[in-house]
Design a protein around this ligand. Structure first.
Ligand code: FAD
Length: 501
């Protein structure tokens, strides 16, 4: 507790860390456009920063659109007008390196256009691009339905996650969020509004999914819905053996709906990090802490089984199997029985806790990787044991779980490894302005290690500053990606903060 208080005070007192250039250029639009740009210092300051808290990218104005027609007008003007300026859509600005801002250009605050309409047959919802997933959940669940694929955190926007992928513990069965979209309305870099789907304008549809905001602004997404279960039985089990842990995770993601669980993730607890034992009953918490101390690394398997009626036999059978056939350390299992909404919105409690400690708005030098299954042991030995565990301290969460490639469509822009099963590794570190560079150099060492050892990782939520890194990232899809840029945003106006073109 004393340590947390000390860190809190330190972080609070330190000035925020900024490494990007700032611009003071203010954009003036002709009256005939009938668009109001906000340029007050508070709005500009908010739009200049993001969750990563390591960059400052200052726009010349912010548009809070009252309709998608306003976005189209702005983009037509930017594409054809005398004054050239670039444009970035911004959801919640939960990017890490300035991807949702634009130096001297216009940021569009997409949250001004939030809206959800559930179809009559409840098969899908039409959702405005700036809507937060937490609101999609609230609205759909009230009507007994729900999207099927979720990110861990729900206070992020539909357009923002669809521009990346939207990954989480349900995607082994249902695919990422980008695999659960039927149709989109997109405003291209030329200001045209186009509906697109696998049948209509497919080039734009697949390009935009995971397209890092490069081809158009998503103003509407048609999201697949299914039945919303009432509750979730949410388990965490501890392992000291990495092979047993991954074997159980891989077996769980290979099971079908009836015999398996609905959500599979995992985390690492390391003796040089903050060990959160709060999921376990108070009587077990010191045992969990000792376990981590004794083994240096403990692996947490996290699963959930949804249900409506506790008396239906399949729920009990799945749970029986979980407790009997998985090889976690005997006794180290804890279960919470929670409403479906609370389970999906579980990171909210973490946010509240961190905010109360002034630890939410700190630098976040996160590293998110996809690692092929056949190389996960080498990755574990070289990165987790030989790099992370050798640091004096680590902070934040380390996610570690496998998923299935067959739920992704290769026509989408999002990039993943070639193997049928790959792991999501999220090293979600919090830092202070003093040690952020140190964490960033550890991240670089991890990337270097993977490269030198031939581990074929792909990065997620990445930020490359060199063109060759982008070309390497997209590999054989680079040609198609740049062609789509020429087609839909030839003046290269959109989301320049991604630093691709
Ligand atoms: P922004 O950061 O505002 O934008 C992201 C990019 O998309 C920018 O380039 C922006 O210009 C572009 N963009 C935004 N809106 C649109 C639009 N309507 N049309 C076109 N382009 C647009 N991600 C996961 O996949 N899984 C997780 O479990 C997960 N957990 C997270 C937990 C936390 C605590 C945080 C902070 C983030 C997490 N994320 C996760 C990352 C999240 O997906 C990204 O931050 C993502 O960028 C969405 O955030 P946002 O809506 O604020 O988008």
């Amino acid at each position: 507790r004393l340590m947390i208080t000390l860190i809190t005070v330190l972080v609070y007192l330190l000035p925020s860390f900024a490494k990007s250039s700032e611009s003071t250029k203010v954009i003036t639009l002709p009256k005939s456009l009938n668009l109001t740009l906000l340029t007050d210092p508070s709005t500009i300051s908010t739009a200049s920063h993001d969750y990563g808290n390591v960059t400052t990218v200052t726009p010349g104005g912010v548009l809070c659109p009252s309709s998608s027609a306003e976005i189209s007008r702005l983009l037509r003007y930017a594409a054809n007008g005398e004054t050239i300026f670039q444009v970035a859509a911004r959801g919640q600005g939960h990017s890490l390196n300035g991807q949702a801002s634009v130096s001297g250009g216009v940021v569009i605050n997409m949250t001004c256009l939030a809206d959800i309409t559930v179809s009559e047959d409840k098969e899908y919802a039409d959702v405005a691009g700036g809507t937060l997933w937490v609101d999609v959940l609230r609205e759909t669940a009230e009507q007994g339905v729900s999207p099927v694929s979720w990110t861990d955190y729900l206070h992020i926007s539909v357009g923002g996650t669809l521009s990346n992928a939207g990954i989480g513990g349900q995607m082994f069965r249902n695919g990422p969020q980008i695999s659960n979209v039927l149709e989109l309305d997109v405003i291209t870099g030329k200001g045209e509004t186009l509906a697109c789907s696998p049948q209509l304008n497919p080039e734009l549809f697949y390009g935009v999914l995971g397209g890092l905001g490069q081809f158009g602004i998503i103003t509407r997404a048609r999201i697949v819905l299914n039945h919303a279960p009432k509750r979730a039985k949410w388990f965490k089990m501890l392992y000291s053996d990495f092979t047993a842990f991954t074997k159980d995770q891989e077996s769980l993601i290979s099971m079908n709906n009836d015999t398996g669980v609905d959500y599979v993730e995992g985390q690492l607890l390391m003796s040089n990090g903050i060990v959160d034992t709060s999921f376990f009953p108070p009587s077990d918490q010191s045992k969990v802490a000792d376990l981590v101390k004794n083994h240096s690394i403990i692996y947490v398997l996290e699963v959930a089984k949804y249900y409506d009626d506790p008396t239906v036999p399949t729920t009990g059978q799945v749970i029986d199997k979980l407790t009997k056939t998985l090889s976690y350390l005997p006794g180290f299992i804890s279960m919470h029985d929670v409403p479906y909404f609370d389970f999906l919105n579980r990171v909210q409690a973490e946010e509240d806790k961190l905010r109360s400690l002034a630890l939410w708005e700190v630098p976040h030098p996160w590293l998110n990787l996809y690692v092929p299954k056949t190389q996960i042991l080498d990755f574990h030995n070289g990165v987790v044991k030989d790099i992370l565990l050798k640091q004096n301290s680590t902070s934040g969460v380390a996610l570690f779980y496998p998923t299935n490639r067959n739920k992704w469509d290769n026509r989408m822009s999002a990039m993943i490894p070639d193997e049928d099963v790959f792991y999501v590794v999220g090293l979600l570190q919090s830092a202070s302005s003093q040690n952020v560079q140190e964490v960033e150099s550890v991240n670089e060492a991890i990337i270097r290690f993977c490269k030198d050892s031939g581990i074929k990782i792909k990065q997620y939520l990445m930020h490359f500053t060199r063109k060759e890194d982008w070309v390497g990232h997209f590999g054989s899809k680079w040609g198609a990606f740049s062609k789509r840029k020429d087609l839909f945003d030839p003046k290269k106006l959109l989301s320049p903060g991604q630093d691709i073109f």
